[in-house]
Design a protein around this ligand. Structure first.
Ligand SMILES: [Zn+2]
Length: 279
């Protein structure tokens, strides 16, 4: 075999080997994955996750509706309690609750700030909450600046506890002045004094407190008491029972005056029951 023949055979062998290699890429072989027909499926939109039901907000506690009492005809009386709240006020609230009686609390602002839960309880039980200054100050003798501070801080303490801004002011000691009247009017506060004073702060005897209240009450009376004295709290159940037996209806101060109190004005008692010719 000559040289060119050898070259030709060699070239043919290389070609065959190359062809074999090419063919082997076409043949299925172990370990190589079969081509898989891919079916294109349009993805369905995922159902939106249902929004979790929001927990319903708890209904805000509200005081019971104001009973429909016409104090121009009924024998109404307003029991008022000053100087609290103190822990003993809770016992008085139990007594009033048990008898279904509404009263008015003239709170000292610093006590209200210390016991907001009691002020809130007073409000939610349907009692009226009024302003009695922040530090039990003699507002009639105080400067304008002091008057404003005493009244405003108490308004804020009651509002923080109840969400309601007082419209009634009882000046401590019944001490008033032109300055106080102007500032009370500016803050929307009517000034509420009283017509029956059992002197419960001086004589801590529940029997005499009860007697003085029951003997002193006339239709339309505003009774001054203090929930800071246990002797007064002890007198309240019998006071309520005896006055109720005598036909009295217990109302808040605003109810007693038919909701017609003007800011800055002074109120001592109302003319309740007069249209019936009651005494
Ligand atoms: Zn007082």
């Amino acid at each position: 075999m000559d040289g060119p023949g050898l070259v030709r055979r060699g070239a043919a062998a290389v070609l065959a080997a190359a062809l074999c290699g090419w063919l082997s890429t076409l043949a299925p072989s172990a370990g190589r994955e079969e081509p898989v027909a891919v079916q294109v499926v349009r993805e369905l939109p995922k159902p939106k996750p249902k929004p979790k039901p929001k927990p319903k907000p708890k209904p805000k506690p509200e005081p019971p509706p104001v009973p429909d009492v016409d104090c121009a005809r009924a024998k109404c009386v307003a029991l008022t309690f000053d100087d609290g709240p103190v822990p003993g006020t809770a016992e008085l609230l139990d007594v009033l609750d048990a008898r279904g009686v509404r009263a008015t609390f003239f709170v000292v602002g610093e006590n209200a700030a210390e016991h907001p839960e009691l002020v809130r309880r007073e409000h939610l039980a349907g009692h009226e909450v009024g302003n009695h200054s922040y530090t039990h100050a003699d507002l009639g003798a105080a400067s304008k600046r002091r008057v404003v501070s005493e009244l405003r801080r108490t308004q804020e303490a009651v509002r923080a506890a109840t969400g309601v801004t007082p419209v009634l002011l009882r000046p401590p000691y019944g001490s008033m002045s032109g300055t106080l009247t102007r500032e009370a009017r500016r803050m929307g506060l009517s000034q509420v004094l009283w017509s029956v004073d059992p002197l419960d702060w001086s004589e801590r005897d529940s029997g005499s407190v009860e007697r003085r209240v029951v003997e002193g009450v006339r239709p339309g009376a505003v009774v001054l008491m203090h929930d800071i004295h246990g002797s007064t709290v002890d007198a309240v159940p019998d006071i309520i029972d005896r006055l109720r037996d005598d036909g009295y209806v217990f109302v808040t101060v605003s109810q007693l005056f038919g909701g017609r109190l003007a800011p800055g004005e002074e109120y001592v008692e109302s003319k309740s029951g007069q249209s019936q010719g009651l005494p």
